[in-house]
Ligand binder design. Structure first.
Ligand code: UT7
Length: 315
């Protein structure tokens, strides 16, 4: 039921290097690169909002889709860092994009770093009733980072990605999981506290992430009754290069199947998978007929994946 017509992405221009972070907390470039694979992250400037960066990504995706903006009849916005609780970011984006039509469904999805893949699954089902869906995944993690906590502040960055989906005969295979986070390993404190910050038990999340990645990949291959050789690329959530390496070892997969851009953006939460997709499209790595596997995991605990055959080139 779904085809990806186009993709857009945007990362704020302000860059925070590992050396910049070593002036804020007791850390250094060598440790961060070795333990995570991250060198830079892009973060919003004062006054720059989640909606600002999402709009830029959405405008690119819309322009490349070949559709008129009034042909979009549904907007899904995945985020855990909305600028406001209400109106939803999806409603605000409709207004910012000057989409006039009223018969349009718009709502936000809170599924943390799994947000983009969860939004794809949601869009896929909605495409039975809607014609063209704009899926946006945008997070400003820098707004909820405790900049004195070296366990988290080195990991995250801000970014936005967007895709335009349309109806087709193709049915991607989705798998979504929700697990109890029994050690409260990845969460924010109450939104009613003076400041809301993300806290993380890194080792617990690391183990969960490797298991999430391997479980999803195994499930996808099993259900499609295929082997990894028939998957051209895995577009995975960019959380830590060591998570990908360990999952590859456990599955016996060559790491070249995974595209990585974590070195430049860090973990951008829901935006990380579409940032990968946009970069691969930009580099002309994806072609009609290929099969790609999207997979992401995060707070909840959630993990989601889908096996997607590219029915046409993605613009
Ligand atoms: O979207 C999903 C969200 N998050 C994730 O997927 C993250 C999953 N977790 C991780 O990526 C890793 O657990 C971290 C990168 C957060 C931490 O790496 P680690 O290899 O698990 O380090 P660790 O917490 O076991 O700490 C090892 C050592 C400790 O020192 P001692 O006790 O061995 O002397 C830490 O105090 O590294 C120290 N350390 C640091 N040193 C320099 C911890 N953080 C830092 C730091 N800079 N930023």
């Amino acid at each position: 039921m779904s085809r990806i017509l186009s993709v857009g992405s945007y990362a704020p221009t302000k860059v925070l290097t590992n050396d910049d972070l070593s002036k804020l907390v007791d850390t250094n470039d060598e440790w961060i690169v070795q333990r995570t694979g991250i060198s830079n992250r892009h973060i919003v400037s004062d006054g720059e909002t989640n909606l600002d960066i999402a709009t830029k990504a959405a405008q690119i995706a819309l322009a490349k889709s070949g559709l008129d903006k009034e042909e979009i009849d549904c907007i899904l916005y995945a985020t855990i860092t909305p600028d406001t609780f209400t109106p939803s970011m999806a409603c605000q984006l409709k207004r910012r994009l000057n989409i006039d039509r009223k018969n349009l469904l718009a709502f936000d999805i809170n599924a943390a770093c799994s947000g983009f893949v969860v939004a794809l699954e949601t869009a896929h089902h909605l495409l039975r009733s809607y014609s063209n869906i704009l899926v946006v995944a945008s997070d400003t993690m820098s707004r909820i980072i405790d900049w004195s906590d070296r366990g988290t502040c080195i990991l995250f960055g801000d970014g936005a990605g967007a895709v335009v989906l349309t109806q087709s005969n193709f049915n991607p295979i989705f798998h979504s999981f929700t697990e109890h986070d029994i050690t409260d390993s990845l969460k924010t404190n109450s939104i009613y506290d003076e400041h809301t910050y993300l806290s993380m038990k890194g080792t617990d999340v690391f183990k969960f992430a490797v298991n999430a990645l391997t479980t999803c990949i195994r499930k996808e291959l099993e259900e499609a009754n295929t082997s990894i050789d028939n998957v051209d690329y895995i577009l995975a959530h960019q959380a830590n290069v060591r998570i990908i390496s360990l999952a590859c070892k456990q599955l016996g997969i060559n790491e070249d199947k995974f595209y990585k851009n974590i070195q430049e953006y860090g973990n951008t939460s829901s935006a990380s998978v579409p940032l990968v997709l946009a970069e691969m499209v930009e580099k002309k790595m994806l072609k009609k007929g290929q099969t790609v596997l999207f997979v992401a995991f995060g707070s909840g605990l959630t993990y989601s994946s889908c096996l997607w055959k590219l029915e046409g080139d993605i613009e």
